[in-house]
Design a protein around this ligand. Structure first.
Ligand SMILES: O=C(O)CCC(=O)c1ccccc1C(=O)O
Ligand SMILES: [Mg+2]
Length: 368
């Protein structure tokens, strides 16, 4: 396959609700959508999960645009590609910028699968026909707002509740949640809001038998997390700290976590996601697929990745309708009894809705 043309779009979609984490609040979701055309005129689609501001990671929508336009797209245009695994090799001279790399790599995977006539899930080696999903709930104004949201999501069938925490919105909040929902599979995500000085707070969370605590300490740390994991009973799950297979290998070796959240964008693409998945599997470290408030295109990639066998814990890939009035794929991603049915069609398995895509496009540019 050869990529003949790439179009970047600056998209803006409005979330149905403001989403608050320990690092800030987001409602307008700006992101890049990428369409890559091959020599046969087929289109493959990728989504950048970078946010407008550098608060989850240093990458932003604008840095991704720059890296794609000035480095990644020129590297790939007209190159003969036999398999999508070659893309990360072609990008190996460009350091980091994983979300930018993943955007283009994801579109190549989609194109490759369409050409082969197989689903993305099958191409990755996934076996599941349906995947189990949970939901991530942002910081709320009041505990009773949170309890009502959890109640609704339990009724919708989601398989586990993830509650965002930060200093001042942690132990007391989780205690209320546990009191009202004694048996619900529950976890907390701190997005790096704590340090080892907060060890007593983090120990206090053990009482609630959480499935895990996600990224309690610094976003670039694996040393303090290893110290913390020795002190608390709750399994530590790393999100922000893991950018590659090598990061995962070192974190496992140090005992920094017992679970890893894989986000395709954060680790630079589907090929690297699969390598991390396989590594974790060989070390009996379960993984799950994280979310970045994606549109349908990124969501479809997440669904496919989650079909791999070591994705044994419910991920954050909720239904399209949880986030958007109108998504940009047809059909939308739906959740029934806590499961998403995995599409069997070639490629990402959902059709891009070009009319909706145009409606949310702020700016676009084509490279050939
Ligand atoms: O529903 C989703 O897409 C996941 C939401 C979520 O938890 C999240 C959203 C934005 C940035 C970081 C995170 C995270 O997993 O840490
Ligand atoms: Mg997280």
């Amino acid at each position: 396959m050869r990529i003949k043309e790439v179009t970047l779009r600056h998209m803006q979609m409005r979330l149905k609700f403001p989403f608050t984490t320990s690092f800030g609040t987001l409602q307008n979701r700006d992101f890049i959508l990428l369409e890559a055309k091959d020599e046969n005129g087929r289109s493959g689609w990728g989504e950048s999960v970078a946010f407008h501001s550098p608060w989850y990671s240093e990458e932003t929508m604008k840095t991704n645009w720059h890296i794609l336009e000035d480095f990644l797209i020129p590297t790939l245009l007209d190159q003969e590609i036999k398999h999508p695994d070659e893309v990360s090799e072609l990008f190996s001279n460009i350091r980091k910028n994983n979300m930018a790399k993943s955007t283009l790599e994801g579109a190549v995977w989609d194109l490759y699968c369409q050409e082969q006539g197989i689903s993305l899930a099958a191409a990755l080696g996934g076996q599941k026909s349906k995947i189990e999903v949970g939901i991530s709930i942002g910081i709320q104004d009041t505990v009773s707002d949170l309890l009502r949201l959890i109640e609704g999501h339990v009724e919708e069938g989601y398989k586990r509740m993830k509650v965002k925490i930060k200093p001042g919105w942690d132990v007391d909040v989780m205690r209320e949640v546990r009191k009202e929902f004694p048996d619900v599979p529950l976890m907390a995500d701190a997005n790096s809001a704590y340090t080892l000085k907060d060890i007593n707070t983090l120990k206090a969370l053990d009482e609630f038998e959480l499935m895990m605590i996600e990224q309690p300490l610094a976003s670039d740390d694996i040393i303090d997390h290893a110290r913390l994991q020795k002190e608390i009973a709750t399994p530590v799950c790393l999100d922000e700290s893991i950018h590659s297979y090598e990061d995962a290998r070192k974190a496992i070796e140090l005992g920094s976590c017992r679970i890893i959240n894989i986000k395709i964008g954060r680790v630079g693409g589907l090929s690297e996601s699969k390598r991390i998945h396989d590594l974790c599997q060989s070390h009996e470290i379960p993984v799950w697929c994280g979310g970045m408030l994606e549109s349908g295109i990124g969501r479809a990639h997440n669904v496919a990745l989650t079909t791999l066998s070591n994705f044994t814990l419910p991920g954050d890939t909720a239904a399209s309708s949880r986030y958007w009035e109108t998504d940009i794929i047809k059909p939308e991603v739906t959740v029934k009894d806590g499961y998403i049915s995995v599409p069997e069609k070639p490629g990402i398995g959902y059709e891009p809705d070009l009319e909706a895509i145009d409606r949310f496009t702020m700016e676009k540019k084509t490279f050939s």
